[in-house]
Design a protein around this ligand. Structure first.
Ligand code: ZN
Ligand code: ZN
Length: 98
């Protein structure tokens, strides 16, 4: 890992570590891997929107207990499956096992 650039602040280091971690995740629905270097390819979908406290994608890099608790409430899916899930929610029809 080359962190020799201007990534010296603790927050930048945390964000870099988080990105590397997310890059290794695989979609729980279709098994797809996000594109390399594009951590935005993976989404954390809250199974129960009412239990959602914050967006894992926004605060995940903090990797603290609150983040881990939040991730436990989520399905880890690729953007494509995530779109399908939300489309299903809007139409009131949920695909059981995509
Ligand atoms: Zn998927
Ligand atoms: Zn979602």
């Amino acid at each position: 890992m080359d962190d020799s650039t201007t990534m010296s602040s603790p927050e930048a280091a945390k964000r870099a570590a988080w990105s590397r971690l997310v890059e290794q995740l695989i979609c729980e629905h279709c098994g797809a891997k996000p594109r390399h270097g594009k951590h935005t390819g993976i989404a954390f979908h809250h199974r129960d929107p009412a239990a959602k406290k914050f967006k894992v994608g926004t605060f995940g890099y903090l990797m603290n207990a609150a983040v881990l608790a939040e991730i436990a409430k989520c399905d880890i899916v690729c953007r494509k499956c995530h779109a399908h899930i939300h489309y299903g929610m809007r139409t009131g029809y949920l695909t059981p096992n995509l």
